[in-house]
Design a protein around this ligand. Structure first.
Ligand code: SF4
Length: 410
């Protein structure tokens, strides 16, 4: 069994490297039931006592980590899951007020997002969002076709979704919607038609994720048994093209592989994550990437709700990320976004220019028309984003052959 790290061990790795802006993610690991396709870490059917223990622990760890890191500011906060709003009102209020109290010590975040599932949205919980200063809600719709939602084991049907949209309309903050594309064959739901409906709700940000069949999920077993047939590559490419066209014609920018926003509606928290800005994740299974004494460090909190509740500050993985691996990640994350890898920051952190690192590979991409590269950095075209994975293979080989110095991060 792997040794677990306690607060003292994490302190020893991170101490003395604080004083920079840190984004905060709080993982709420509870769901009413497990959707058939999902492999995120969450538990279904937890009782109120466990949830209460979790809320107190999360607030405690958050406070301890802030004291350790002494952030210069907390620009963004994201409370995700799981299903954060499955918490009963009393605990929902306690969690969000507790997060606010602890964050506000370090200033007011520019953006605070909370993920919610439609069937657990109600007026009282939405009132709390307004009171604590949440600025953005991410609504997990996933689809509007009843057959598809049922097949996926989602807790909300069309009626619950419409009701949630109605309640959130009176709230005044920004709303983002998640949808799933690449649905099994034979589903009557059409993502583009659903987008028309979503647009009618006045939403300025939509994330469209491709449904993936993960090992160990119910959907995985259904596909293996032939009960569900997934679409082929050509169908997927055709659907994706139609989705991108739909957004483009309505002024939405594809600012990341799966994320579309009207100008000014982008999720700042996720942008900071893709830019590899320091990031603190608290709650079972949550990951942090933070500057440590030996270089960038990644730590993951224990993937066990019971243990987290019993012990709080307990981590199960720690990794000092070597310069090559971190540089590769820098490109993997940055190139997912429309803004790409920004040149000036790259030079400051890595001591060399993007062009010097990418060299022939970057020039080849530019020749193919899938990227633009210059002093200001490197960014992919729309088509480049579609073939991101194959482009990243070129970079991986290139980076592993290079001598890279320690990054001056953040
Ligand atoms: S609600 Fe979200 S986190 Fe929970 S099982 Fe469904 S997809 Fe996974």
């Amino acid at each position: 069994m792997k040794p677990f790290l306690d607060m003292e061990s994490v302190r020893a790795i991170l101490e003395g490297r604080g004083g920079y802006p840190v984004s905060v993610y709080v993982h709420v690991p509870f769901c009413a039931r497990r959707c058939r396709y999902c492999d995120f870490f969450s538990v279904a059917g937890a009782g109120e006592r466990v949830m209460e223990g979790y809320v107190e622990r999360v607030l405690e760890v958050l406070e301890q980590m802030f004291v350790l890191l002494r952030p210069s500011e907390i620009p963004t906060v994201y409370v995700g899951g799981g299903t954060p709003n499955v918490l009963p009102l009393r605990l929902w209020e306690r969690l969000l007020t507790g997060v606010r109290e602890r964050v506000r010590v370090w200033g007011r975040p520019v953006e605070w997002t909370v993920e919610v599932n439609p069937e657990w949205v109600d007026e009282e919980k939405v009132r709390v969002l307004g009171e604590v200063g949440v600025t953005r809600v991410s609504l997990g719709v996933q689809g509007l076709d009843e057959g598809f939602l049922r097949l996926m084991g989602r807790g909300a049907g069309r009626r619950e979704v419409e009701r949630a949209v109605e309640v959130l309309a009176g709230w005044g903050g920004r709303v983002s919607v998640d949808l799933l594309a690449g649905r099994p064959r034979g589903m009557s739901g059409d993502v583009v038609r659903e987008l028309e409906e979503v647009r009618g709700w006045g939403v300025g940000h939509v994330s469209v994720y491709g449904l993936t069949v993960e090992e160990g999920t119910v959907l995985g077993a259904m596909v293996r048994r032939g009960e569900v047939v997934m679409p082929g590559e050509e169908e997927l490419a055709g659907e994706w093209e139609a989705i991108c066209r739909w957004f483009g014609e309505r002024g939405f920018v594809r600012y990341e592989v799966s994320n579309f926003a009207l100008p000014g509606e982008e999720c700042l928290h996720n942008l900071r994550y893709w830019r590899l800005e320091p990031y603190l994740g608290v709650g079972p299974s949550a990951v942090s990437t933070l500057p440590g004494k030996e270089g960038p460090v990644r730590v993951r909190q224990v993937r066990d709700v019971g243990r987290f509740v019993a012990e709080g500050g307990v981590w199960e993985e720690v990794e000092v990320i070597g310069p090559q691996a971190f540089l590769l990640e820098w490109f993997m994350m940055g190139l997912r976004t429309r803004e790409g890898v920004e040149g000036e920051r790259f030079r400051r952190v890595w001591g060399v220019g993007v062009e010097e690192v990418l060299g022939e590979v970057g020039r080849r991409w530019c020749g193919w028309g899938v990227a633009e590269m210059g002093e200001s950095g490197v960014r992919l075209s729309e088509h480049g984003l579609d073939i991101l994975d194959s482009l990243l293979k070129d970079i991986a080989i290139l980076i592993w052959e290079k001598q890279i110095g320690k990054p001056l991060w953040p």
